[in-house]
Design a binder for this molecule. Structure first.
Ligand SMILES: Cc1ncc(COP(=O)(O)O)c(C=O)c1O
Length: 487
């Protein structure tokens, strides 16, 4: 075959493109990636994925290897997260967002079937639930009720859930833990309340569900062994160390599981029966996730949690020793949110976004998170997020030194504020007027060039996100990324 470009050159070009990416291994990027620091695991995952490259997950009866791998994964999840309960069933999905969306679809359709009601049911979440539930409510047309969380612990309060429960609630969500703050919601108490009113409870363990089973000293119960928990999501492409594209969604009840499926015979083609949102789907991440779980077993995952827990402890201790910063709440697991310590005088405070920008200058990529005002007026402060992984322990001394140095360089520097004239102008904008052209013009006024991407300091961008009305900020974000991706 005559190629237009030599395959070796194509790969060389890809390597050159990849050189501009944040480093996905080695521990300097503290979000997005989950590096076990074990080279053989990455090799195994890659080799397994290659073996599944030509498969189509659309039909596991034609390719029974897919069914075999999915059975193994669900059985493992059942063993780790449901006490081995043989009535716990589930699906392998493409990721956390898909697992969360399918859990919501199942709840919506079950609610409709049971009530026969025509109106939209409610999805009840805490302010710290992952954004995937906002997406689910939007795409699946549920009414979203967002409860404020305790502003000190960032945990959902059972009393608030109790007050909000009603026959219209199709699903309640608890996070184990939440992405932003690593806060573990009180699942046992919430589950008891939900069970008493026969409302299902989804436990979102997408990020923490494959860590908490082995986290040292954790005695609070939070998984499918808790009566009243009806479904649970856990991503193998996070702390299951698989490449992106694999998550587990487990249910206690077969009918609730079946309620997220889709089937149709009402067209002239092959009978369609899909356990997930996609039709044809890649089996590569499933095979990779399966191979990693087979190789590691529960003992292997436990062994990888230990260095992560030690590194988390070290970093928490180090933050406690940095004047002007504090860890938010009492996180459980390897996720931390760092905020300004308001108890010290202003000249000793450290703004978390100036701090993460300064750490960025030294080659450490931390993730800034915006200030968020809850529906009761309480404020979750601006923070910087750290996702700690097994490899972090190997670089923890350097990381701590960089965090201390970044704090020393930014202590007393006020946080960024969005330009007042821009904020005033944005307040007048009707989001419906934000066409692509108008949005691009507003981005230009804010000094943001989508073609340049988002390299360099982010404090100003975050300040803008905080200050703009959410519908305006959201539309501008879409415009920014769409234009960044445009050829
Ligand atoms: C708690 C939680 N739920 C859901 C998600 C969404 O997962 P994904 O990015 O795989 O779609 C995440 C992602 O970080 C998460 O932390």
């Amino acid at each position: 075959m005559q190629f237009r470009n030599d395959p070796a050159d194509v790969l060389a070009r890809l390597d050159a493109l990849r050189a501009a990416d944040a480093p996905t291994s080695g521990g300097r990027l503290l979000s997005y990636v989950y590096d076990p620091g074990v080279a053989e695991l990455a090799e195994l995952a890659g080799a397994a994925a290659l073996r599944a490259q030509s498969l189509n997950g659309l039909d596991p009866t034609t390719f029974p290897s897919i069914a075999a791998m999915e059975r193994d994964l669900v059985e493992l999840g059942r063993g780790v997260l449901a006490g081995g309960d043989p009535d716990v069933v589930g699906s392998v999905t493409s990721g956390g967002t898909e697992s969360c969306m399918l859990a919501v679809k199942s709840a919506r359709d079950t609610w409709r079937r049971r009530t026969g009601a025509e109106h939209r049911p409610t999805l009840l979440i805490g302010a710290t639930a992952h954004a995937a539930f906002h997406k689910a409510a939007q795409h699946l047309d549920l009414r979203l009720e967002v409860l404020p969380v305790d502003p000190v612990t960032a945990r959902l309060r059972p009393s608030d859930v109790a007050a909000a429960l009603s026959p219209d609630v199709a699903l309640v969500v608890a996070s184990t833990p939440s992405y932003a703050h690593g806060a573990l919601d009180p699942v046992e108490q919430i589950a008891e309340l939900c069970a008493a009113q026969d409302v299902p409870l989804h436990v979102d363990g997408c990020i923490g569900g494959w860590v908490l089973p082995w986290w040292p000293g954790l005695t609070r119960r939070w998984d499918l062994t808790v009566p009243g928990v009806s479904s649970l999501s856990v991503d193998l492409h996070k702390y299951g160390y698989a490449p992106k594209g694999v998550s587990l969604l487990l249910y206690r009840d077969r009918d609730r599981h079946r309620a997220h499926w889709f089937a149709t015979t009402s067209w002239p083609g092959y009978s369609v029966v899909n356990p997930t949102l996609l039709g044809s789907r890649s089996v590569m991440p499933i095979a990779a996730g399966w191979a990693v779980t087979q190789a590691l077993g529960e003992e292997g995952f436990a062994a990888l949690v230990a260095p992560m827990a030690r590194a988390t402890e070290r970093i928490r201790g180090a933050i406690a020793g940095i004047v002007g910063l504090r860890v938010v709440g009492d996180p459980v697991g390897p996720l931390l949110a760092i905020a300004t310590d308001e108890s010290v005088s202003p000249e000793r405070r450290v703004d978390p976004h100036r701090w993460s920008d300064a750490a960025g200058d030294d080659g450490w990529a931390l993730q800034p998170q915006p200030r968020y005002t809850q529906s009761d007026g309480t404020v979750l402060p601006r923070t910087t997020h750290l996702t700690i992984t097994p490899v972090t322990e190997r670089v923890v001394d350097d990381l701590i030194a960089a965090l201390q140095k970044a704090a020393d360089r930014t202590r007393g520097v006020p946080g960024a504020d969005a330009p007042a004239d821009l904020v005033a102008a944005a307040a007048q904008i009707d989001p419906a007027d934000l066409t692509s052209e108008v949005s691009a013009a507003v981005l230009g006024l804010a000094g943001l060039d989508p073609k340049a991407g988002l390299t360099g300091p982010q404090a100003d961008v975050l300040a803008l996100v905080e200050a703009l009305p959410a519908p305006v900020g959201e539309r501008l974000l879409i415009e920014f990324l769409a234009r960044f991706l445009e050829p």
